[in-house]
Design a protein around this ligand. Sequence first.
Ligand code: FPP
Length: 242
Amino acid sequence: MQQSTSPARPVPLHVGIIMDGNGRWATRQGHSRGEGHRAGAAMVRRIVEVAPDAGIGVLTLFAFSADNWRRPKAEVGWLMRLFREYLRVERARCVVNGVRLEVIGRRDRIGRALRTAVEETERDTAAGTRLHLRIALDYSARDAILRAAQCLQPGTIPSRDSFGRLLAIVDHGIPVPEVDLLIRTGGERRLSDFLLWEAAYAELHFSPLSWPEFGPAALQDAVRDFASRERRFGGLPDAAAG
Ligand code: FPP
């Protein structure tokens, strides 16, 4: 998304966030893991609110991975209720604030009520232009790549751009620019099957803060850190390129 930056007016960024650390944060506070996820949802609201002013045009949040189904049933149930509640409460606010909300990932394994909430939210917020918020739910980058590959005509090799567009479409999204900045909270340093294709040239930022304590200031720090990096996309530094 940043490649066409003009010096006068920076192009809004595509930022992806792996929101990790809810459970550990809750345990430290003496709360249940579910309470940690609730605090995580509250942080999602705050970050979505400040994202456009931080220069973000597309925000992709990893809310539930295809491998998270392995968690205890009670925790999965808690999360699914939280997602439904979030969509129910936030829909109107997204419309007012110009946020287009999209859910990417599989739709066939989530409950009917959540699927309906997703569809209604996407329909009602489709005109939003201030922020494109993508919530990754039952999402796996590798599974999406496999599904996109299955859509190809035998013997054809797509361009990187057209395959990228296909990837968004197989996950029920609209095509978006590649990820500029990928943030992971919670102190771990791995990608966990998130946006593997789209983040090929993303700058990585690992925060020791748990997601519920991340906050707008930490987001600003991450964006500032990103702005200080030199992105070469396989080329040479500007000074050496001549
Ligand atoms: C990882 O932390 C977090 C998740 C698996 C769930 C993410 C969900 C939220 C932030 C809340 C709701 C989101 C929306 C969009 C409303 P973890 O549970 O693995 O934490 P741990 O590593 O400390 O155990």
